[in-house]
Design a protein around this ligand. Structure first.
Ligand code: NAD
Length: 386
């Protein structure tokens, strides 16, 4: 295998144009080998804009191309499970966009298939690579907020905020959902990643309230984790502003951050309150602190609040994610950040369990059975009940 890994883009839609194609170009150890999309003109236009690459309209043809080492799978959600097996059989490593699959059994099967064929499967939870998330994880690992027993997170984004090229999100057959498994799933992964904990139980209220397509546009979940933390996830798809906040409350302090966009309510990207003395803070955090006052002795007067502005890297996260995966393929060493296939399955498990809870109108314990029954709730009916 050469030092530069060839990437085949499967799907040439919005996230590939905006994020993955630039990431392949920005990553030293990858190069664009091929683009595959049923829309040939879209695939050709993308390949041309990066100086040329092989263009395919059938996955089997791209998989027969020996210059492709990694497939970045960014097609509509319902196709991820269907197409993964062919990639694995062809010996291609796969970076699959979130959600890994629509159902938990499908996600588990994808993990199993990749293990069987000894290829690496990663899930596209690029937000793990945001600098404020990296620093939040460091802060939690360093004990700055102690043990977390309470959290809440909100993700509000208008339905036309991120336009997909094929409108698949509003077709539940293709997407499996438009808010819970599209936006909120980033947070399902994020909280697991930060707390190093798993979900043990969920109760959901998922409804359609506003937007023209009858999909989930107003989502409220309560969860308990295996270690006994309690938290809430809320998301909507109708409010014009991007509402984006996560708060974690621990025995030694608290921490709040946003991922993409701030509001006057949450006005710094990362805020930590800790009872740990400043001298004991990890160096990278201590050096990012500018206390609001100094004492006569020229010492920092510090009330425990750390307001941090980590360097913004929103669009670099895709390249950092790809570089981490390439390093794993080339050296066998994980970067400790990138989401595995099993991380993707765990996030999909919470989507699946939330839908079960919505249908049953009760708490649903996890882990789910490997063959847990799946159905998309009748969101319209729920709105009528409200
Ligand atoms: N990580 C993130 O934050 C993020 C952001 C956006 C999208 N995504 C995920 O990426 C995936 C794609 O989303 P998008 O917004 O780019 O959608 P999109 O509709 O813009 O792109 C999908 C592409 O797949 C192509 N396609 C459809 N059926 C195909 C088939 N059978 N064979 C080959 N190509 C086919 C379409 O022609 C289209 O070009 C979804 O799973 C989505 O959840 C992730």
């Amino acid at each position: 295998m050469s030092h530069q890994l060839g990437v085949g883009l499967y799907g040439a839609g919005n996230v590939v144009q905006e994020a993955h194609a630039p990431a392949v170009a920005a990553t030293a150890v990858t190069r664009l080998a091929a683009v595959c999309d049923i829309d040939q003109a879209r695939a050709e236009a993308l390949a041309d804009s990066y100086g040329g690459a092989s263009v395919y309209t059938k996955l089997a043809d791209m998989l027969a191309d020996p210059s492709v080492d990694i497939v970045i799978m960014a097609t509509p959600n319902n196709l991820h499970r269907r197409d993964l097996e062919a990639c694995a059989r062809a010996g291609k490593h796969v970076l699959c966009e979130k959600p890994l699959a629509v159902t938990y059994p499908d996600a588990l099967e994808m993990v199993r298939i990749c293990q069987e064929h000894k290829v690496i499967l990663k899930t596209g939870f690029n937000q793990r690579y945001l600098n404020q998330v990296r620093m939040a994880r460091l802060a939690i690992e360093s004990g700055l907020i102690g043990e977390v027993f309470s959290f809440r997170t909100v993700f509000s984004a208008k339905w036309d905020n991120w336009v997909d090229g094929s409108n698949f999100r509003w077709d539940l057959e293709k997407s499996g959902g438009a808010t819970t498994n599209d936006n909120l799933i980033h947070r399902f992964d994020m909280i697991r990643y930060l707390l190093k904990d798993d979900y043990a139980e969920v109760v959901a209220d998922i409804s359609h309230c506003v937007i023209p397509p009858v999909v989930d546009d107003n989502v409220h979940l309560l969860v308990r984790t295996a270690r006994g933390a309690r938290g809430s996830f809320t998301a909507d798809r109708y409010s014009p502003v991007l509402g984006d906040a996560t708060e974690l409350y621990g025995t030694r302090g608290s921490l709040s951050f946003w991922t993409n966009a701030g509001t006057p309510f949450f006005d710094v990207p990362l805020a930590i309150n800790t009872t740990v003395p400043m001298s004991e803070l990890p160096e990278v955090i201590r050096k990012a602190v500018y206390p609001s006052a100094r004492s006569k002795q020229n010492r920092h007067v510090w009330d425990g609040w750390l307001s941090l502005w980590p360097q913004r890297n929103e669009w670099d996260t895709y390249a950092e994610q790809l570089a981490g995966m390439a390093q794993e393929i080339l050296t066998g060493t994980r970067d400790g950040i990138g989401a595995t296939g099993m991380d993707g399955a765990r996030a999909t498990e919470l989507v699946h369990a939330s839908y079960m809870s919505q249908i049953a109108r009760s708490w649903v314990p996890m882990p789910l059975a490997d063959d847990a029954p799946f159905a998309i709730p009748n969101f319209e009916k729920k709105a009528a009940l409200a």
